[in-house]
Design a protein around this ligand. Structure first.
Ligand SMILES: [Zn+2]
Ligand SMILES: [Zn+2]
Length: 358
């Protein structure tokens, strides 16, 4: 008995020594296998026909180790669009195996830096990912021309390096940079169809992110399914109107209770500027409870809260963040995480959420 035990222990020790000695080759074999799988992966290809939303960033301007900047990919059939691209968007797209080369255009909700500061990396990945021969299209309210021109200038020198290094077949100069597709929203509460082709309709509508103007949200309708992206907004009658009967409302959310605690800590620490800014941001985003109330009024089926302010480093903070919102809205209400995928398959009423990628 004792001898058998010693033999087992010796074998275990030898195995451990073997694994230790071969950990380099083993890790390389694992790397090769993972690369093979990831390089060939294409998330959009495997989705059923319908409307899908992939969260390529659920964060805000506040540093958050769990969330990259605001970004949402909307997949309609096999067409891929982005709504905003904050810092880290390209990375979170890659982690979900959503190839940047598939992006047809980016709809911008407004020009706050946290919604556009990931565009450079997205444009580069799209360009060289498929040897694009046309620049990345940025659609948005007036002002988007300046964003496209300014970012184009920022990356012009780098673009030259890429073409020079990799050749025109990989990085054709005509595909570098950005092209603007501005639209003008009529005054007041009316909305504007900004894309209508192949069964997909995208409608822009004004929201209330004052003093930031213009600020818009978008509604996507495709094969009987619909989702609304709020952009950044406080409560907005216009958003409720645009969201009527939608399957999914994806809305920014800020907890005044938690932000006030941050503000108090900043002021206690003598950080007057930070305290002032934290106070200023409270009234230009909706709270989770306000989103729940609006979603109920609009009759939407499900809500995804995103642009989460402040960061929630502990799972236990989700309760205080949500307050009574789950009691106030009868449908599903989720807090978005990076790499969440919400699917609205055509020909059904199903709404499913999963967290994908790596
Ligand atoms: Zn924002
Ligand atoms: Zn904003």
């Amino acid at each position: 008995m004792k001898r058998a035990l010693l033999t087992i222990l010796a074998l275990l020790a030898l195995t451990a020594i073997g694994l230790f000695a071969f950990r380099g080759p083993l890790s390389l074999a694992l790397m090769d296998r993972t690369l093979k799988r990831n390089m060939a992966a294409d998330m959009a290809k495997d989705l059923p026909d319908g409307l899908h939303a992939y969260v390529c960033g659920s964060g805000s301007p506040l540093p958050d180790p769990q969330r990259t900047g605001p970004c949402l990919a909307v997949i309609a059939g096999q067409r891929v669009f982005l709504v905003d691209a904050g810092e880290g968007a390209a990375e979170t797209l890659a982690r979900g195996n959503l190839a940047a080369g598939r992006i047809e255009r980016v709809f911008l909700t407004h020009f706050h830096s946290d919604h556009i500061d990931g565009l450079g990396a997205v444009a580069l990945q799209r360009w060289v990912g498929k040897a694009a021969t046309t620049p990345l299209m940025l659609a948005g309210p007036q002002g988007v021309e300046r964003i496209a021109a300014g970012l184009g200038e920022v990356y012009a020198i780098d673009n030259g390096y890429r073409t020079g290094h990799h050749g025109v077949a990989v990085a054709p100069p005509s595909g570098a940079g950005f092209v603007a597709r501005p639209f003008v929203l009529p005054p007041g509460p009316s909305s504007l169809v900004v894309l209508d082709e192949g069964g997909l309709k995208v409608t822009a509508f004004r929201v209330d992110h004052g003093p930031v103007e213009p600020a818009v949200g978008y509604r996507f309708d495709y094969r009987g399914r619909s989702l609304v992206v709020s952009g950044d907004t406080a409560t907005s009658a216009n958003l409720v109107k645009a969201s009527r009967g939608a399957d999914l409302l994806i809305h920014d959310a800020l907890s005044p209770t938690l932000v006030r605690r941050m503000q108090a800590a900043a002021l206690d620490a003598g950080m007057r500027n930070r305290g002032k800014i934290l106070g200023d941001i409270i009234d230009y985003h909706a709270s989770p409870e306000q989103v729940a109330d609006q979603a109920k009024t609009a009759g939407v089926s499900a809500v995804l809260l995103t642009h989460i302010v402040p960061p929630l480093p502990l799972k236990a903070l989700e309760g205080p963040f949500l307050g009574d919102s789950r009691k106030r809205f009868p449908g599903q209400l989720w807090i978005a995480r990076d790499r969440d995928l919400i699917s609205l398959p055509a020909g059904s009423e199903a709404i499913s959420l999963s967290n994908i990628g790596r």
